[in-house]
Design a protein around this ligand. Structure first.
Ligand SMILES: [Zn+2]
Length: 267
């Protein structure tokens, strides 16, 4: 029997934003569209897998407000950084890998193509380089030399298992090596899209976020998300404040901070 997992969506930061900045081609409605920043904890009695590590105070720039360090957010649900043995890094943008050092006992699961991307010729282009931080890239290379990075090959059938019931899937698009995560839960297969779809609107309406390496891969990625998830209600976007409204909070005290994604969303 395939194990099932609970999934906790932990908000650690936010920033204001407006609609035209979040879509290729802009948007006719110049209305507010705030962005939330999350990490996700996948957990059952046997195992804990963290998806992404967020950013710290050094990266709280350009209007970003750090509400709590990701590791402090995890402490709210009883998880300690040192306990985490496996961290999936969906991609190396500074808001997804920035506190890797808070997980000293973890192995980091990364796509081959993401490491290739951040150490190769595309980083000569400011537009691709800007969301990365050299200290993070250097830190990840140091982890490779400590044998703490597990590389997943997106070309090899697209999928790779991290643990029974947890797999990573190369998507690309937003970055060359972006991966999404598929998790077996009590309500079926849930897909943590991360930046394969920043907001619900992106995959629901086939609209693209403007920070993009390959537009074609980004659009194909929406189809991949739909294929991997049991229903569209099983796809969780990476930065949408609606996630915390749609999914039940773990407790009244943690409303607006931590939600359970393995439970069905409110309709
Ligand atoms: Zn990103």
């Amino acid at each position: 029997m395939l194990p099932t997992y609970e999934i906790y969506c932990v908000k650690y930061a936010e920033r204001p934003g407006r609609r035209p900045a979040h879509f290729v081609g802009g948007d006719p409605h110049d209305a507010p569209m705030p962005m939330d920043y999350y990490v996700w904890l996948v957990r059952n009695n046997e195992r804990m897998v963290l998806v992404d590590t967020g950013f710290d105070a050094a990266m709280a720039i350009n209007g970003r407000v750090l509400l709590r360090k990701p590791v402090e957010g995890l402490a709210l649900i009883g998880a300690k950084g040192a306990q985490i043995k496996d961290v999936i890094i969906t991609h190396l943008h500074n808001d997804h890998v920035g506190t890797f050092y808070d997980f000293p006992n973890a192995r980091f699961h990364l796509q081959d193509k993401e490491m290739q991307y951040v150490t190769g010729h595309h980083m000569c282009d400011h537009i691709f380089r800007r969301p990365y931080e050299i200290d993070h890239v250097e830190g990840m290379i140091r982890l490779v030399y400590q044998n703490r990075v597990v590389f997943h090959d997106g070309a090899n059938g697209n999928a790779s298992e991290v643990a029974p019931g947890i797999s990573v899937h190369h998507i690309g698009g937003h970055t060359m090596g972006l991966q999404s995560v598929r998790v077996h839960t009590q309500r079926g297969w849930v897909v943590l899209a991360s930046d394969a779809s920043h907001y619900y609107e992106h995959f629901e309406n086939d609209r693209c976020f403007p920070l993009v390496y390959h537009l074609g891969e980004m659009l194909e990625g929406f189809a991949t998300l739909r294929k991997l998830a049991d229903t569209p209600q099983h796809i969780v976007p990476g930065h949408d404040p609606l996630v915390l409204q749609r999914y039940p909070a773990v407790s009244p005290e943690l409303a607006g901070i931590v939600a359970r994604l393995d439970l069905p969303p409110k309709q």
